[in-house]
Write a protein that binds this ligand. Sequence first.
Ligand code: ADP
Length: 249
Amino acid sequence: MELKEEIILLTPEGKRSDGRRWDELRPIRMRVGVLKRADGSALVEMGNTKVLAAVYGPRESHPRHLLPPDRAILRVAYRMATFSVEERKKPQPSRREIELSKVIKEALEPALYLEEFPRTAIDVYTLVLQADGGTRTASINAASLALADAGIPMKGLVTAVAVGRIGDQIIVDLNDLEDKYGDADMPIAMVPVTGEITLLQMDGTMPPDLFEEALKVAKRALEIIYNEQKKALRERYLRIKDEVLGEEK
Ligand code: ADP
């Protein structure tokens, strides 16, 4: 008989598989303006999940007559690098990547003033360099920073995180193990300045009272991530200021 190794997602002391408490986010690192040839770019790490985002545009696109006369179109391509997961991922875009591109586009679009750039295209590329759960939410965080870096007018940044459930315990910022073996996984994106929720998905099940609690927990986590995004943008502007002042000397 084969003995299956049991996966412990939550110890009796309340520790998760990577040692975090239920409400603890993974270490966050964000850097804006990492690519020279992109109009805007950002690198976002949520623990072992690492995503690079690049924005090009607003720019002309052909055929022009297919572009709406009253606004820009937003195109999003989410991809996972072949080396981002344990077993090499095939380079061809999978169905999952195509679906996530759409989901990320819909999470970003409500935050943008696309009507300011009629007959143009804005292209957003997000590339997962390393995957450990929450790649769509990290992609949204990175893409919204890259859009801001490209100078695209926005109502506000879009901030995202996943919350979930292990038994009756809500957990925040799920890793790959928790995503796969937990009881629920609920990615959420929000425009914190307006309070608008632009993405809400759920795998698994969540009783109604826990759903309410999960939303509250997500909002607290989003606040922390949003502050990190603002900090990363400020650092970018300070670097630009230093460069400009350096040239003037
Ligand atoms: P998200 O990354 O947004 O949580 P999913 O729930 O689809 O999206 O994926 C959860 C996790 O599963 C990913 O973050 C990644 O760690 C892992 N994963 C996704 N696709 C693959 C793949 N092709 N091979 C191995 N692991 C994968």
